[in-house]
Structures are given as structure tokens and as C-alpha cells.
Design a protein around this ligand. Structure first.
Ligand code: HEM
Length: 177
């Protein structure tokens, strides 16, 4: 088998379980956000999201190869080079997260922490109107990044003719460079 097509293990099982559980908890929290009737479910989804993000922050330091933060920490020069490569029509290929995707991921985790913490505080009647606004603002920020994230996944899959969603399901990619 050619080295270029030899499968490569990219996402370990904990990262994949984390990702799809995060998608589920975020979706449940979104659809239950506006109704008093679904408040308990919204709160449980929020705790789930907070627990998942806490896990991921830990896994970024102790987890496997491509899941480690050190592997995809977005350095400014790498980000500039990546954007230039997109504009030149010769997009760089990255086996793990590309630098732009990595920025979105850190923003998602950051917004996730603020959303969960401010949601918890609001539920404890702490912080009044400001905390409610913060919770809503952070959740909207998260939603905006999710939209960009999904668009990025689609565009990147198309540019490199590789199925990134399938890789997040199976953990394997075939394209190395
Ligand atoms: C159905 C919609 C979604 C799809 C198809 C999707 C797909 C993906 C894919 C393919 C990756 C890997 C990107 C790469 O190869 O560099 C990824 C990573 C990631 N996605 Fe999503 N995503 C979705 C929704 C979400 C949502 C709603 C969130 C957050 C609320 C999210 C958070 C993340 C995070 C944090 C990572 C980094 C994974 C890690 O390193 O732990 N995604 N996503």
C-alpha cells in the first residue's frame, strides 16, 4: 500500500466520544433554552456540556497524539501561512486540526466554559440580569462559532477531497500530506 493512502489514526476514542457527546449536549441545550417547561433538561444538558469541556481541557494535556493542545496550538505565523495558502489556491493539508480550525476549537471551548459557568450562576440566582445576559451572549457566541466550524469542516473536506466527518466517527484518515 502506498504511504499516501496508508490509513493513519488521528482521533482517539475519548476525543470522538467527547465530540459527538458535545454535539448532542449542545443541541439539547439549544432546543430547550427558551422554555420553562424544559428547564430541567436544559440544566442537565448544561452540566453535561461543562463536564465534557472539563474532560477535553484535561485530555488536551494527557491525551493521544493529535488530540494534544501542543499539537494544534494556533501560532500566529502558522495561521497567516495557512490563510495565505488558501488565498493562493494551494491549501496546506494538515493531518490533525488545521490552524484556522484550531482557532475555532479553542474559541468553542472558551465560549463553552463561559456559557456553562454563567448558566450555572444564573440557575443559582447569582449575578442577576448581567449574568443572564452573559449566559445568552456566550451561548450566541458559541452558536456563531459552531456555524463557522461546520462550514470549515465542509469546505476543508471539499478542498482536500477527504471525509473529515467520517474521520471524526472512525478515528482514521487516509491522506497524510
Ligand atoms: C453536526 C455538526 C458537526 C460536525 C459535522 C462536526 C464535525 C467535526 C469534525 C470533522 C471535526 C474534526 C475537524 C478536523 O479534522 O480538524 C470536529 C472537531 C471539533 N468539533 Fe465539531 N462538528 C459538528 C458540531 C460541533 C459542535 C456543535 C461543537 C460544539 C458545540 C463542535 C465542537 C468541536 C470541537 C471542540 C472539535 C475539536 C475536537 C477535539 O480535538 O477534541 N462540533 N468537528
Amino acid at each position: 500500500m502506498n504511504i499516501e493512502t496508508k490509513p493513519i489514526r488521528v482521533w482517539d476514542l475519548p476525543t470522538r466520544i467527547f465530540h459527538w457527546s458535545l454535539v448532542a449536549s449542545f443541541a439539547i441545550a439549544c432546543v430547550t433554552a427558551e422554555s420553562e417547561k424544559w428547564r430541567d433538561i436544559h440544566v442537565v444538558a448544561g452540566y453535561m456540556l461543562a463536564g465534557l469541556i472539563a474532560f477535553r481541557l484535561l485530555w488536551g494535556f494527557v491525551g493521544g497524539g493529535y488530540s494534544r493542545f501542543a499539537e494544534f496550538l494556533p501560532k500566529p505565523q502558522k495561521l497567516v501561512d495557512y490563510i495565505k495558502s488558501l488565498m493562493n489556491g494551494k491549501p496546506q493539508h494538515h493531518v490533525g486540526h488545521n490552524p484556522a480550525g484550531a482557532v475555532a476549537i479553542f474559541l468553542l471551548l472558551g465560549f463553552g466554559v463561559v456559557t456553562a459557568a454563567s448558566g450555572w450562576a444564573t440557575y443559582q440566582d447569582m449575578g442577576g440580569h448581567f449574568m443572564e445576559e452573559l449566559h445568552e451572549g456566550a451561548a450566541n457566541g458559541m452558536m456563531a462559532i459552531v456555524v463557522v466550524h461546520i462550514a470549515g469542516v465542509i469546505v476543508s473536506s471539499w478542498l482536500h477531497r477527504e471525509n473529515l466527518v467520517l474521520a471524526m466517527v472512525t478515528g482514521w484518515k487516509t491522506k497524510r500530506s
